[in-house]
Ligand binder design. Structure first.
Ligand SMILES: [Cu+2]
Length: 340
């Protein structure tokens, strides 16, 4: 579903209140601080990326729910606008949007509800209080996958889970670094303080959930369920968060479907071979720069993703100029899909 203006205002109100109201800002600070100082440790390795962040976004949602009890986390399905993700009203200057691109030499966000200096990213007077909120949108080639690319990835079987996880992590990195720009807040260890962080991680979690919902073997992947160490900084094991419907604390999470979910559904009903026949943009490349920026230190990702891109490459790749209308934003021909 799409949020109403009222709901968007409420969501932004909750974030702003969490940041500035002394009743909540300590918790808000602690969450962000934890993600920032442990950024390089384990949070972005393969074991932690999905289950750990599932736990983490739940903590954030719980905090927002202390402020607005019926609120839920919001995801942004950027796979539907991968070719031009910054051309939508999310990035407008309205009170119900997230503001626009950064400005000036520092690329500081100066429009919308999170603009400087009214909005300071980090509460308090501590170590990070002088940080500026930065964006440098990559309009020309954001490096994100399309819904078509995502559908191909979701076709990987549980015995190909390592490849699935590596590619998803790589696309996740592209979003942080390449799409928002290497000098942006989203691109470094302060990413968690950018409100778009949670739009992104909620969608990443939805992608994982969609993959998991294909069966028991997908959901209870031994790679996660066999882990016997607590997830970093928590009292939980990955297994405590592999089932969205039964997360620790008796939390049941379901993702409401967006208006464009029918496209994902149609795509998912096709075989890999059929998907590869749809005319669309090629897979986003992944360069070592993205790994370096997010400090995951696994240069193997570059190879795994290059191999994935080679193995599943579209049979009829086209360029942006060959697409028009909403196809041009989605990055593939919807007609080809409907006619399959
Ligand atoms: Cu992330």
């Amino acid at each position: 579903m799409r949020l109403t203006t009222e709901e968007r205002l409420q969501y932004i109100y909750a974030i702003k209140t969490a940041r500035s109201d002394p009743r909540y800002s300590k918790k808000f600070y602690d969450l962000g601080y934890f993600h920032t100082v442990n950024f390089c440790k384990e949070l972005h390795c393969k074991v932690s990326l999905l289950p750990w962040h599932r736990w983490f976004i739940l903590q954030y949602e719980n905090l927002l729910r202390e402020i607005v009890p019926n609120i839920t986390l919001v995801y942004w399905d950027w796979s539907m606008v991968m070719a031009n993700p910054f051309n939508i009203d999310l990035w407008d200057d309205n009170d119900w949007s997230f503001g626009g691109n950064g400005d000036g030499v520092n690329n500081t966000v100066i429009t919308g509800p999170f603009k400087e200096p009214e909005w300071k990213m980090v509460p308090g007077v501590g170590r990070f209080s002088n940080l500026q909120f930065k964006r440098k949108f990559n309009y020309t080639y954001p490096g994100l996958p399309s819904a078509l690319h995502l559908a191909i990835l979701l076709k990987l079987k549980p015995n190909e889970a390592q490849e699935f996880l590596d590619v998803l992590l790589g696309w996740h990195n592209n979003f942080h670094s390449k799409a928002f720009g290497f000098v942006s807040t989203m691109s470094d260890e302060y990413a968690v303080w950018a409100p778009e962080f949670f739009l992104h991680h909620a969608f990443l979690d939805k992608c994982w959930t969609d993959w998991q919902e294909q069966g028991y073997d997908y959901q209870f992947l031994p790679f996660f369920t066999d882990q016997t160490r607590h997830m970093y900084g928590t009292h939980y094991l990955p297994i405590d968060f592999v089932d969205t419907k039964y997360q620790q604390g008796n939390v049941c999470v379901t993702y409401e479907r967006s208006k464009q979910e029918w496209i994902h559904k149609l795509l998912r009903n096709l075989t890999i071979d059929q998907l590869r026949d749809i005319r669309g943009l090629t897979f986003p490349p992944f360069e070592s720069e993205q790994v370096r920026k997010l400090l995951t230190n696994h240069s193997t990702y570059v190879d795994v993703i290059a191999e994935f891109n080679r193995k599943y490459k579209l049979r009829n790749p086209i360029t942006l100029d060959e697409l028009d209308g909403t196809d041009r934003e989605r990055g593939f021909r919807i007609h080809d899909l409907i006619e399959m």
